[in-house]
Design a protein. Structure first.
Length: 363
């Protein structure tokens, strides 16, 4: 703990409950991520305002996962060993990532892909193409897997992150990192942008670490002023939705290019940062009612993340890739399938191969 800062040490029961809140928040976060991807299945020709609202609501929800990852990193790595940490991440994240991406790579190699249309890529050998897909998971049909190579950058840089946590003024780095995220905008994830994506989301990861380090005062303020936090977050969301012609992610094809026609500030990043605290506070406020279903989603969140896009792709195949106009019943049916089927995979793995389920499917 930084010198001069006094933090009350909670009992084990209170500490478990507070990490339980983060676990439930992870369950809510995966719903936002899957909900956003389900939107891409449908057409929105007659629902323009609803599409804009959905983009503003769901886009950049990855920020929730990055914040949670930073929080848990600080909370659990008390006796940090770099070698042991990397070994655990390789076993519990890297191994299921390879399992999850394997069908997408096989599909691309057997059916063809435009990922290698660029002159600098189309001459790659088969082994080089497989390596490329593993390095840039977002270039496959399971495009959500871009997240794993990106967050692996944090795993490799974990000694630096530990140093930030253990230095007296380490978290002052947020004064630089937060404006950087707001100004640089989010790089596209298909090819070659793991490092720049890591830089874009770094402020969320470090902010999660900071909130874990000072969780007692942070959660105390959040509990006390939750209404104000929700109000400010809703005001930012509504203001952007009503006043801006741009909706959804503020993206750029050229990382570190600060000339943005869609706006100087990444407003969706800002509202997702505020939404992080609003949703976490609501989870804490209503934990008795929400802990059951959100806890189940949290338990299966990685398996849902790894496999939900396959469910959406199969739904597209079954409908012959036709554009189906959005309606609430169809959307909820697809969302439930994209969540429930990966949960079934996770439960089957826990029953059939309990020792290896986490390394195979992430849960």
């Amino acid at each position: 703990m930084p010198a001069g800062v006094v933090e009350a040490v909670p009992s084990q029961q209170v500490a478990h409950r507070r990490l339980g809140d983060i676990h439930c928040f992870r369950g809510l976060a995966i719903l936002f991520i899957v909900g956003g991807h389900c939107c891409s299945f449908f057409g929105w020709a007659t629902h323009g305002n609803a599409e804009a609202f959905a983009k503003d609501l769901f886009d950049d929800s990855t920020l929730f996962f990055v914040f949670i990852a930073g929080f848990l990193f600080q909370a659990t790595e008390r006796r940090f060993s770099y070698a042991n940490y990397l070994a655990r991440k390789l076993r519990n994240v890297g191994a299921p990532y390879l399992v999850a991406i394997a069908p997408a790579i096989a599909y691309a190699l057997l059916r063809g892909t435009r990922s290698f249309d660029a002159e600098s890529l189309h001459q790659l050998s088969m082994a080089e193409k497989i390596g490329y897909f593993i390095l840039y998971g977002g270039s496959t049909i399971n495009y959500a897997l871009w997240f794993i190579p990106m967050i692996a950058v944090y795993y490799l840089a974990s000694p630096v992150l530990i140093a930030i946590d253990r230095q007296k003024y380490g978290y002052w780095a947020l004064l630089l990192l937060l404006p950087l995220s707001l100004l640089m905008h989010r790089p596209t994830y298909s090819h070659g942008h793991n490092l720049s994506l890591g830089l874009y989301f770094l402020s969320a990861f470090v902010l999660g670490m900071c909130c874990s380090r000072f969780r007692v005062p942070v959660f105390g303020l959040l509990d006390r002023y939750l209404g104000f936090v929700v109000l400010i977050g809703a005001a930012i969301f509504a203001g952007h939705f009503l006043a801006s012609d741009h909706h959804g992610k503020y993206t750029t094809d050229e990382p570190f290019d600060y000339q943005h026609n869609t706006g100087l500030i990444d407003w969706v990043f800002l509202q997702k940062m505020l939404m992080t605290f609003a949703l976490l506070g609501l989870v804490r406020r209503f934990r008795q009612r929400l802990s059951g279903p959100l806890g189940v989603l949290g338990d299966n969140s990685f398996t849902i993340y790894f496999f939900h896009l396959y469910v959406i792709y199969v739904a597209s195949w079954l409908t012959h890739f036709a554009v189906i106009e959005i309606d609430p019943a169809r959307y909820l049916l697809l969302l439930m399938a994209a969540v429930a089927l990966p949960c079934g995979i996770a439960q089957a793995a826990r029953v059939l191969v309990p020792r290896w389920s986490r390394s195979l499917v992430g849960s």
